[in-house]
Write a protein that binds this ligand. Structure first.
Ligand code: PGA
Length: 252
């Protein structure tokens, strides 16, 4: 089974509009010939439509960083429904990022509802899982990630799973400059794939992309991508500059 890699840039709460547009256009020209992997960038909500328009027809897809648990257009001040994202040209949505779990109290149950909302709208979901440093030190890393997968992906059919991408992001590696070693990442990716095989069958496990995230840089991407179960990366800090993100995309 060959899985086409996905390299996605998570811009988090960075950039004003002019900077977002110029970075996106610079990236567009730097990666124009890339076919070996899929590419996405995730700007803030208010820049999504502009970037979707400016990148239309290119090989860079647009991802949102979040969506509502609710699908019905209704009284939910401050929320954005998944079909509103799809409507303006968004292809992917990042769900359950550790910063949302930590700072905005997102639970596995909410993650599950958001995934279902995203899929119902025709989006692909990049579902983030990962343990904290203390959970790793206490030897609970597999238990924690296993639980996030179990409850996060609960009730999803084999069909649904075709539009799910998992991102393993150890919380201790995010924004810290401390990347998981390729071995550490591979060990967890293998666990995730086995877990998917048990819950959704071998075929789903073999075809699901599992990205690594956490201090991915031009210097460490190649070694990570050589691992058999690492199918791409979710990149934060190093995706903010077009040149460093392009180097990551061109890891080969
Ligand atoms: P980082 O962030 O690359 O800055 O560590 C990754 C992420 O949070 O998705």
């Amino acid at each position: 089974m060959t899985r086409k890699p996905l390299i996605a840039g998570n811009w988090k709460m960075h950039k004003l509009l002019a900077d977002a547009v110029s970075t996106a256009l610079e990236l567009k020209s730097l990666v124009a010939n890339v076919t070996h992997c899929d590419i996405a960038i995730a700007p803030v909500f208010v820049h999504l439509k502009t970037l979707a328009e400016r990148l239309e027809g290119s090989n860079i897809k647009i991802a949102a960083q979040n969506c509502s648990t609710e699908t019905k257009h209704s009284a939910h001040t401050g929320e954005v429904a998944a079909d509103m994202l799809k409507d303006i040209g968004v292809s992917y949505v990042i769900i359950g990022h550790s910063e949302r779990r930590q700072y905005y109290c997102e639970t596995d149950e909410m993650v599950n509802k958001k995934i279902k909302a995203a899929l119902a709208a025709g989006l692909k979901a990049i579902v983030c899982v990962g343990e904290t440093l203390s959970e790793r030190e206490e030897g609970k890393l597999f238990e924690v990630v296993g639980r996030q997968l179990k409850f996060g992906l609960e009730g999803l059919t084999k069909n649904d799973m075709e539009r799910i991408i998992i991102a393993y992001e150890p919380v201790w590696a995010i924004g810290t400059g401390k990347t998981a070693t390729p071995d550490q990442a591979q060990q967890m990716h293998e666990f995730i794939r086995k877990n998917l095989a048990e819950t959704h069958g071998i075929e789903t496990a073999e075809s699901t992309k599992i990205l690594y995230g956490g201090s991915v840089k031009p210097e460490n991407i190649k070694d990570l991508m050589e691992e058999p179960d690492i199918d791409g990366a979710l990149v934060g800090g190093a995706s903010l500059e077009a040149s460093s993100f392009a180097q990551i995309i061109n890891y080969r």
